[in-house]
Design a protein around this ligand. Structure first.
Ligand code: NAP
Length: 407
């Protein structure tokens, strides 16, 4: 379901806002902050609402405070810009989280900063704010280990070294403020991880998902590339986790959303009548239903002219099925292709690029040891084809060399 843009208006802070904003800050910390920090940490971060007088004192140093007001005339969020380009408080009310209010507030703040002649912006960001600011061209300078009311807690010092030029003034090639960002679903290992590493090499920032639990190679990549690779948690078969991921990423914008996660039944030589119902259901839910749920739920994080792709397979081609085999897996990817075509039909005429990508038979846990290609030799072509689809509206079903596959 496409979210409608938030109906808010922005205005400058008025003293009468102080009490409501102090309470908004507290509720935001307790609810949104608790998604990334422990109970003890959020209690130490905001033990109680600050109260109107304390809030007024804090903002009386000449800083600019912008407030978003919703249709019921309630504050939905606020952001503060200090004279030296430091963004102090930036909070959205939990009921407004995921509606794009943060994006609206930040966009106005950046344009004000530019008009004031500021060249750079700085912020000390919580985990959620770090994800937001990464998607706005900030980079992490340092992870800061702090203590609040006796409880250890961390945040990230971030900066945007060059704030965006007014429209029509191109950024110079050397600027890396505008690193594009890909949201890769299923990047723990295999092709998904290799795509993350390859995109990183090519100057992209990565938000990659892994299933909750074990440490994965993606965590190592994030450790060695702080600020450029972020690990998120998602089991694609859990709709609640998809919704929670959307909430955590709300306000972020991704140039590409790519769903790579996929699975196969254990015995690939089983015919469709031989496979257990349980395995059939697992493969179909993972490969056909879940990617579409992810796309529907996260599409509003991708700009109208961005790219949404899913890892399909040449085995999903009905026209190409002349030898049979891999019946369950094949059927799941054919179903995926069909659902993506329905999605594309519903979005006909829109500028977004849509892609079903068939990587070829590759040696991974899923592809097995007999596949003719290794990950290293296949991944540059896979990423080339993905990136070259940008800016080409409509759905294509392509192999890794960019050739159309018959449906
Ligand atoms: N290798 C090939 O020959 C080949 C050919 C055609 C298409 N493909 C497709 O390419 C994609 C990647 O396959 P691969 O070869 O790299 O396989 P792989 O090494 O087995 O990796 C599968 C990936 O999908 C993730 N995944 C599986 N179920 C998930 C779930 N419920 N929620 C979230 N993530 C889940 C795995 O995460 P965990 O680490 O948590 O399990 C892992 O990251 C799949 O869609 C596959 O169908 C592969």
């Amino acid at each position: 379901m496409r979210r409608t843009p938030p109906a808010v208006r922005l205005r400058d802070f008025q003293p009468g806002d102080a009490d409501a904003l102090a309470r908004l800050l507290h509720e935001s910390v307790r609810e949104i902050g608790a998604r990334d920090y422990s109970q003890a940490q959020v209690e130490a971060w905001s033990p109680a609402p600050a109260g109107a007088a304390a809030f007024l004192r804090r903002v009386s140093d000449g800083r600019r405070v912008l407030v978003a007001i919703d249709q019921a005339d309630r504050p939905a969020g606020f952001i503060e810009l200090c004279a030296d380009g430091y963004i102090d408080c930036f909070y959205c009310h939990p009921r407004a989280a995921g509606t794009g209010v943060g994006a609206i507030l930040y966009a106005r703040l950046e344009s004000i900063a530019r008009d004031m002649g500021m060249r750079s912006l700085r912020v000390d960001a919580s985990e959620a704010a770090r994800r937001f600011f990464l998607s706005r061209g900030f980079r992490v300078i340092q992870r800061r280990e702090l203590e609040r009311n006796g409880v250890p807690i961390h945040n990230f010092r971030m900066e945007k070294a060059r704030i965006a030029q007014p429209q029509g003034v191109p950024m110079t090639q050397s600027s890396n403020d505008k690193a594009p960002v890909i949201l890769l679903i299923g990047a723990s290992r295999g092709l998904g991880y290799a795509m993350a590493a390859e995109c990183l090499e090519r100057g992209w920032n990565i938000v990659g998902t892994v299933r909750p639990g074990a440490r994965t190679p993606l965590h190592d990549l994030a450790d060695t590339h702080p600020g450029r690779v972020t690990v998120e948690r998602l089991d694609v078969t859990e709709p609640d986790q998809i919704a929670a991921l959307h909430d955590r990423l709300s306000g972020s914008r991704f140039d590409i959303l790519f769903v790579n996660a996929g699975t196969a039944n254990d015995r690939q030589d089983e015919t469709i009548a031989q496979v257990s119902t349980e395995e059939f259901v697992n493969v179909m839910i993972t490969n056909a239903l879940s990617p579409m749920r992810v796309v529907e739920a996260l599409q509003d994080l991708v700009p109208a002219d961005g790219l949404i792709g899913i890892m399909s397979s040449g085995q999903g081609s009905i026209a190409g099925n002349e030898k049979g085999g891999h019946e369950v897996y094949r059927g799941s990817k054919s179903a995926l292709n069909q659902y993506m075509r329905s999605y594309a039909a519903r979005h006909a005429g829109e500028p977004r690029a849509l892609l079903l990508l068939a990587p070829g038979w590759i040696r991974t846990a899923l592809g097995g040891p007999d596949a003719p290609f290794g990950i290293e030799e296949a991944i540059p072509d896979i990423v080339n084809t993905l990136l070259s689809k940008r800016g080409k509206p409509g759905l294509e079903y392509l192999d890794r060399l960019g050739r159309a596959i018959p449906w």
